[in-house]
Design a binder for this molecule. Structure first.
Ligand SMILES: *[C@@H]1O[C@H](CO)[C@@H](O)[C@H](O)[C@H]1NC(C)=O
Ligand SMILES: *[C@@H]1O[C@H](CO)[C@@H](O)[C@H](O)[C@H]1NC(C)=O
Length: 178
């Protein structure tokens, strides 16, 4: 084969081989920690209830409830601490026996090292368990092709209002050539 053609083929195929290889030596594990503020009460709520099931409205697990969120993500547990992003998406009460949410949200970074990048989280969140693990299913910009998981732990919860602050630890794998 013509040497030039061979070289061209190698250049084209090599990145595909690396991408298809699964865990890549160049992959990097990033740990991010922040606090997620879900505010239902007061003049500036960050969560809005958009659906409740008329049939199961009174159920203890609020089965059928759907909230849309635009929740601040801060470096410290205080709402006034530095905000690095927003958690935008929905959660739905999807368990009839315990309070178990389907979470579908994007972490949209608006400050700091990851400004402009996003991480997509989709998983099961049994909110009264101590540590809830959910998959990171992808990301954009600095988190292109990312995968990983988050561990969520309730920091504070007001049962009267439903307001909650949750500590999120994210473990993100991304390629070095994102
Ligand atoms: C469901 O419960 C909420 C809160 O208690 C109440 O405001 C709402 O009217 C109820 N909705 C239905 C359809 O019963
Ligand atoms: C974050 O990115 C936005 C959009 O690119 C930019 O307008 C903003 O100044 C950046 N913020 C910081 C703190 O870098």
């Amino acid at each position: 084969m013509d040497r030039l053609l061979l070289l061209l083929l190698l250049i084209l195929v090599a990145p595909l081989l690396t991408a298809a290889g699964g865990l890549n030596a160049k992959e990097q594990l990033i740990h991010l920690r922040f606090y997620w503020h879900d505010i239902l009460s007061g003049p500036n709520p960050t969560a809005a209830t958009i659906a409740r099931s008329p049939v199961t409205n009174a159920s203890a697990t609020l089965f059928g409830l759907v909230n849309v969120i635009d929740d601040p993500l801060t470096l410290g547990p205080d709402l006034s601490s530095r905000q690095i992003g927003r958690a935008q998406g929905i959660y739905a009460s999807a368990d009839q026996n315990v309070v178990g949410l389907l979470m579908a949200m994007n972490f949209v970074f608006v400050d700091g090292e990851y400004n402009g990048s996003t991480l997509a989280v989709m998983g099961h969140n049994q909110v009264f368990s101590k540590v809830r693990e959910m998959p990171i299913v992808g990301g954009t910009m600095q988190f292109r092709l990312a995968r990983g998981y988050v561990q969520a732990m309730t920091y504070s919860f007001q049962p009267e209002t439903g307001d909650a602050v949750v500590e999120y630890n994210c473990y993100v794998l991304r390629g070095s050539d994102y």
